[in-house]
Write a protein that binds this ligand. Structure first.
Ligand code: OAD
Length: 242
């Protein structure tokens, strides 16, 4: 039996011309990637100001790199789950569906999604702290990798606290939010800005908002429909109701 909420969301999807899906760490939780603020989240074991700020990197780049090397290694065996595949499939099915993610794991893309704005960068990419050099992989670069072009320190190509988001990602996301007539907010605590501001931006235009998250968030009051369950099950259920 298909729960009526799945049918309601499916109807919203069918009737919308432009859809945005924003995702956070909960989107990847069922693939085995830890979230940040849940009981077993990354920020329960690490202090972000010690491993995820430019100040932390300037103070102790070895510590910061060891944190990111571990996250990269942990990501190696991880696979997208059914929820990632459903969203990628919806990009084929619907004319205009944009995914905006705070996740740095690349799982949407690996599931086949094509229009994805990655607000917080990518864990598998490395960039130079001085020039424009960017590369994938670190294998032969030693404990504290340096740029093959200019010799400056390389750093993970993720966005840290206190840093600006990549301009193309935030401009593209904002444009998608401004033209959408349906927003799905999946697996984010909605506590980190400016990502959470995109949800508020859509709400100001009166866009219907659907939240998929086992727990309420500070922006749940903006959602007309809330599915309080893991996103893999919810997305598969909605997909079956389409
Ligand atoms: P959080 O760890 O803050 O929140 C994860 C959310 O996912 C919570 O609201 C959970 O209830 C929900 N959740 C857990 N399992 C889920 C599941 N199976 N299905 C659906 N939802 C589930 O992660 P984010 O909101 O993504 O930024 O955190 C945002 C940013 O804070 C991250 O991108 C990272 C972090 O600091 C930077 O590092 C810059």
């Amino acid at each position: 039996m298909i729960p009526s909420t799945y049918a309601t969301v499916a109807q919203h999807l069918r009737e919308s011309k432009s859809i945005v899906v924003t995702t956070g760490a909960g989107m990847s939780a069922e693939s085995g990637v830890p979230t940040f603020r849940d009981e077993t989240g990354l920020w329960m074991g690490y202090r972000p100001e010690e491993v995820a700020t430019p100040t932390a990197f300037a103070r102790d780049p070895n510590l910061v790199w060891s944190f990111y090397r571990k996250r990269r290694a942990d990501l190696a065996p991880i696979q997208p789950h059914v929820g990632h595949r459903v969203l990628a499939g919806w990009q084929q099915r619907f004319e205009d569906l944009t995914i905006i993610t705070q996740n740095v794991d690349g799982l949407h893309e690996r599931a086949g999604a094509t229009r994805v704005f990655e607000l917080h960068g990518r864990l598998d990419l490395t960039r130079c702290t001085a020039c424009n050099h960017q590369q994938q992989g670190l294998d032969d670069l030693g404990a504290l990798p340096t740029c093959p072009n200019c010799g400056a320190l390389l750093r993970p190509a993720v966005v840290w606290f206190e840093e600006m988001l990549p301009e193309a990602a935030i401009v593209g996301s904002s444009e998608a939010i401004d033209r959408c007539d349906l927003l799905l907010v999946i697996g984010t605590s909605n506590r980190v800005y400016p990502a959470a501001a995109l949800v508020e931006q859509a709400a100001l235009r009166g866009v219907p908002i659907i939240e998929i998250n086992p727990k309420p968030t500070p922006l749940s009051n903006l959602a007309g429909v809330a599915l309080r369950e893991p996103c893999g099950r919810a997305l598969a259920g909605i997909d079956a109701a389409l």
